[in-house]
Design a protein around this ligand. Structure first.
Ligand code: HMG
Ligand code: MG
Length: 287
């Protein structure tokens, strides 16, 4: 039987958070409901952050309340602090995520805290999630390049990843936020992290600005990663990473890893439907 690769769908969160048009909650719900038929184990569809910082995610509680939950699918949310965590629990998130950075510049710009301060802010969130028996994921952004500080050393990534893992995050998602890395840059970063954390607790999160995300996924597959974040239709970007384009497209990752002999359990026809919906949302055609 083919070995499994999980694609963790982040389109309704990482994909949509950067869209300039205020996307109606009903459209977000329709996208998540379509994705729920595709075969994902997890769909990130909410973000309990300050609406002043990311206005697009303001309707996250309504999204979680309005979706039709498919059995076996976990609907996940970003939770930068205790306020976000409490709101996510009240809204019925099945899994939460804290998000830090391997670079000081991005940490400041994205969450208004130094790396050290952010880790102290995450600690009670991770503790509360574990007490509530909710899985908690830890993102590390800017794993190769930072829009403010330039190149990022592999050791700096490993340090933050280990801090989040030791704190109790079940999975560390390594964010190549800018989508500029080459496979030659990704490989040593992964080696540094995998020296410290078992590969089944590590996910790859690649943006595709330079069109190299699939090659970087190949490198990660070779190093043992079996979980990849992706956004249907290649939606995405980060409001605090100027110039970063979309996440790698879910349908492209599915095709690539299946061509490599892995099973994703994802239905290509449903993904195509969701990708078309995502593209329309980006263009505002359904508004
Ligand atoms: P702050 O200004 O330092 O926080 O922001 P604060 O505690 O001083 O609060 C400021 C205001 O926000 C207050 O309201 C709070 O009540 C409110 P005011 O008194 O001014 O009216 N507030 C909140 N409101 C709703 N939900 C909350 C919350 N917390 C405070 N949870 C904070 C700190 C972290 C809140 C802010 O910086 C923030 O929300 N940042 C989020 C930025 C973000 O969402 N970025 C995108 C996600 S990360 C990403 O995309 C990368 C990733 O995909 C991986 C990759 O690609 O690398 C994950
Ligand atoms: Mg991202």
């Amino acid at each position: 039987m083919a070995e499994r690769v999980e694609i963790f769908e982040v389109g309704p969160r990482d994909g949509l958070q950067n869209e300039a048009r205020a996307i109606p909650v009903a459209e977000k719900i329709a996208l998540v409901d379509c994705l729920s038929r595709a075969g994902f184990a997890r769909i990130e569809c909410a973000s309990f952050v300050s609406p002043k910082w990311v206005p697009q995610m303001a309707g996250s509680a309504e999204v979680l309340a309005g979706i039709t939950r498919a059995p076996g699918v976990r609907y996940t949310a970003l939770t930068p602090n205790m306020r976000g965590f409490e709101d996510a629990v009240a809204a019925g998130a099945d899994e939460v995520a804290v998000f830090g950075s391997a670079s000081e510049g991005f940490s400041r710009a994205n969450i208004n805290a130094s790396i050290a301060e952010s880790l102290e802010r995450f600690r009670p969130v991770v503790e509360a999630a574990r007490a509530a028996e909710l899985p908690v994921r830890g993102y590390v952004s800017c794993v190769t390049h930072c829009p403010y500080d330039g190149p990022v050393a592999p050791g700096a990534v490993a340090e933050v990843a280990v801090a989040l893992f030791e704190m109790g995050c079940i999975e560390i998602s390594l964010g190549e936020t800018l989508g500029r890395a080459t496979p030659e840059e990704v490989a040593p970063m992964l080696r540094a992290v995998l020296h410290e954390i078992p590969s089944d607790h590590v996910a790859g999160h690649f943006h595709d600005t330079e069109g190299r995300a699939l090659d970087n996924i190949d490198v990660a597959l070779e190093q043992g990663l079996r979980i990849f974040d992706a956004a249907v239709g290649g939606l995405g970007g980060c409001p605090y990473a100027p110039g970063a384009k979309g996440n790698v497209a879910t349908e492209a990752v599915r095709d690539r890893v299946e061509a490599r002999g892995f099973a994703t359990g994802l239905d290509a026809a449903v993904l195509a439907e969701a990708a078309a919906m995502a593209r329309q949302m980006r263009q505002g055609e359904t508004a």
